[in-house]
Design a binder for this molecule. Structure first.
Ligand code: SF4
Length: 715
């Protein structure tokens, strides 16, 4: 292993190409981390079509995290108050299989849950689906993507008939108007933002609108920043649509020929005159009118969003209301236009393709659809009726299932719910009650390891070969270029081994991940996400490939006619039409009141990744963001007698936490902001999710992590 390896960044869904060289490749200086350990050298892969050589600080420093605090051997203990003892794989897997069988035959398969991760490679996701949904007969597989983008999935499915972001990154440089709502793209998807910012700078006519209660670094660059009150997104979007309708900025041909439901939507819009909308959103009428004018006058409008829209008790309604704007103006299926959800994790997209949520089956199929279940049962060679007709437990429902005793086994892999779930005290109490928790991860310690009965060491990115799909549907092979530490094994291998030990030998015959992937792509045939033309061998030979890529297109890596979904303006609904949705805003699930007068919003910082399992172990990123903080508007800081840097006690109905104050006009009055990266391992009593609530969107099951009511007091 002395040559450089081309791979994909394992952090965010931008999916930048990386080129990694060994610590002492010929002609290179040896790079070392702060402790003097030689580290792999990482640079951007100029040939990767999504990023063209660009990387942010997270991608550039990822190799520093690969060797620290790694789990190297399985461990077990009989109860949470006992110490772990090191065991063999055989003993650990034997105990898991025995427990799975006992629970399966006493409580039923629905008492078995797996909580996975957008850090999985597609092969891991696919084998987990086969094990849980196809063999054990439970749809209780959910991933941390539930907390990230499940509202986008539900919105796409309901509006277009299928999941799948229609645009591609080329559209960032082709658009005339970028409408960014609920996304701090500059910090959370930095390379996407670099591309957009360059285009915006070079082309004076291009408009950049940013909708965010905070004046983020993204908002700083905008032509128009709409600092709306949290929870008023639907009001704003309906208000813009009202003005577009009034100005006649519609594409009636597209509406008539390619959509359904416009008349009902137009009726709703009558209730959103600009005066009312501006007042409700807390913005100037002129700004609302400017936003509508920018949209209406632009030939090509691209909207981008992420968790600011998705993490909401009305997340699906928000996504669909945004899509409405694209439908009424035919801003879809054309270069520079379309609704584009930015995915949080590196392979949340691959998870969606593989059916990696409790409501999905592989190949963009749905658990609720009897025909889809039948197709997958046949494909997997399992008896008819094996796949349960009910949607499985979502991430939060696994927690409530522990509370009620309905969950007998919880298998957590590559994610850290003891930091990332809402209402953390309740989450931790439920985890403490779990009769049997398997925790499979690359790192130890983590906050979640504390709640495990069995711990399995997982090989991570760089140590196993598999594929990941980024936000623009581009699939990249991530080859293994290092050996896993100790006895760590790829996630898919662990799942397959358990499947075989449970007696499902025929379902798990795979010798390597290329064989797993070859089976997986066959299940995508003739689906929106058709990848039958993609294989490990082809990815290795030709580099990244965007889907759809049907087998018939194997001569061309990225056929231009398939770059964007719906370029023929036909949609995968029964009548071929996209659907308008008519929603009134319901507002926040937990609005502020005199006892809890502020809205807390949570988010991410440029240099950190989620719960810091990697970035907390990297010198550069920890120096960049050494401490948590709370952003408070100067007016409220003065009212409460809080000076910059002083500790603030924050209370919600569920818990409390303390943060040093950062007094800034970047946050709107009435709102405060806390980053979500700090768990108990990294700071005392500074968990953002100690405060948040689990109230979720009824369609997507995504909790409203973006807003809860809090009270502040100087410590
Ligand atoms: Fe990695 Fe995302 Fe940074 Fe690209 S933008 S280098 S994918 S973290």
């Amino acid at each position: 292993m002395s040559e450089s390896t081309k791979t994909l960044c394992p952090y965010c869904g931008v999916g930048c190409g990386l080129e990694v060289s060994p610590p002492a490749a010929r002609g290179q200086a040896t790079h070392r981390d702060s402790q003097g350990t030689p580290i792999w050298k990482v640079k951007g892969d100029r040939a990767h079509p999504s990023s063209e050589g660009m990387v942010c600080v997270k991608g550039a420093t990822v190799s520093e995290s690969l060797s620290k605090n790694r789990l190297k051997a399985p461990m077990m203990r009989e109860s949470l108050d006992r110490p772990f003892r090191r065991v063999s794989w055989d003993e650990a897997l034997g105990a898991i299989v025995q427990r799975l069988q006992t629970v399966r035959f006493t409580q039923g398969p629905e008492a078995i849950c797996m909580y996975g991760s957008g850090q999985f490679q597609t092969e891991d996701y696919y084998i987990a689906q086969k094990l849980l949904k196809g063999c054990l007969g439970t749809n209780n597989f959910d991933a941390n993507s539930r907390l990230c983008m499940s509202s986008a999935v539900a919105g796409y499915i309901q509006s277009f008939g299928s999941d799948g972001p229609p645009p591609c990154y080329d559209d960032l440089e082709k658009t005339d108007c970028a409408f960014l709502i609920g996304t701090n793209t500059a910090e959370c998807h930095p390379i996407v933002f670099n591309r957009l910012r360059k285009h915006h700078k070079r082309n004076k006519h291009v408009k950049l609108i940013v909708v965010d209660p905070r004046r983020t670094s993204t908002a700083e660059t905008a032509d128009l920043h709409l600092a709306i009150k949290p929870g008023t997104d639907i009001d704003l979007l309906n208000g813009i649509a009202h003005l577009l309708l009034k100005a006649g900025d519609l594409n009636t041909l597209f509406i008539d020929e390619c959509t359904s439901g416009f008349a009902q939507y137009a009726q709703i819009l009558e209730h959103y005159p600009p005066e009312m909308v501006a007042d409700r959103c807390g913005i100037a009428i002129e700004d609302l009118e400017t936003a509508a004018r920018y949209w209406g006058e632009s030939d090509r409008v691209l909207s981008l969003w992420s968790m600011g829209m998705n993490q909401s008790s009305e997340g699906t309604a928000k996504v669909r209301t945004l899509i409405n704007l694209h439908l009424m103006t035919a801003q879809i299926g054309r270069p520079g236009a379309g609704p584009f959800s930015l995915t949080g994790q590196p392979n949340a997209m691959g998870g969606r393709e593989a059916g990696g949520l409790a409501n999905l089956l592989p190949g963009y199929r749905l658990v609720k659809n009897a025909e889809h279940r039948r197709e997958i049962e046949q494909f997997w060679g399992v008896p008819p009726g094996r796949i349960a007709p009910e949607v499985g437990r979502t991430a939060w429902e696994m927690i409530t299932g522990l509370e009620t005793g309905e969950v007998g086994v919880l298998w957590i892999a590559a994610t850290n719910p003891a930091v990332s779930m809402p209402d953390l005290e309740r989450t931790k109490a439920a985890l403490r009650r779990s009769p049997f928790t398997i925790y499979q991860d690359a790192y130890y310690p983590t906050e979640t390891a504390e709640f495990a009965h069995v711990i399995l060491p997982a090989a991570q990115w760089s140590e196993k070969t598999g594929v990941m799909t980024n936000s623009e549907r581009t699939v990249t092979l991530c080859p293994a270029f290092r050996r896993p530490p100790g006895q760590a094994r790829p996630d898919w291998e662990i799942f397959a081994e358990v499947g075989r030990r449970l007696g499902f030998r025929e379902q798990f015959p795979f010798a390597n991940s290329a064989e797993v992937y070859a089976e997986f792509v066959r299940v995508t045939r003739d689906r929106v996400c058709d990848m039958t033309g993609i294989s490990h061998a082809r990815l290795l030979e030709q580099g990244p490939i965007q889907w759809p890529c049907p087998l018939e297109e194997t001569e061309i890596a990225n056929p231009p006619n398939l770059k964007r979904l719906y370029s023929d303006w036909r949609f995968p609904t029964p009548d071929g039409r996209a659907r308008f949705a008519a929603y009134h805003s319901k507002g926040l699930a937990e609005p502020p009141n005199p006892d809890y007068p502020f809205v807390l919003t949570t988010g991410r910082l440029y240099g950190h990744w989620h719960t810091q399992t990697r970035t907390g172990r990297i010198e550069k990123t920890t120096k960049m963001h050494p401490n948590p903080f709370i952003e408070i508007h100067p007016r409220h800081a003065a009212q409460l007698g809080i000076a910059d840097g002083e500790m603030v006690e924050v209370r919600s109905r569920r818990g409390h936490a303390r943060f040093p104050a950062k007094i800034t006009r970047a946050i709107a009055p009435g709102t405060v902001f806390v980053p979500m990266h700090w768990g108990a391992l990294w700071a005392d009593n500074a968990e953002a999710n100690a405060l948040t609530h689990p109230h979720a969107c009824p369609d997507s099951g995504q909790p409203e992590l973006k807003a809860c009511a809090v009270a502040l007091a100087k410590v």
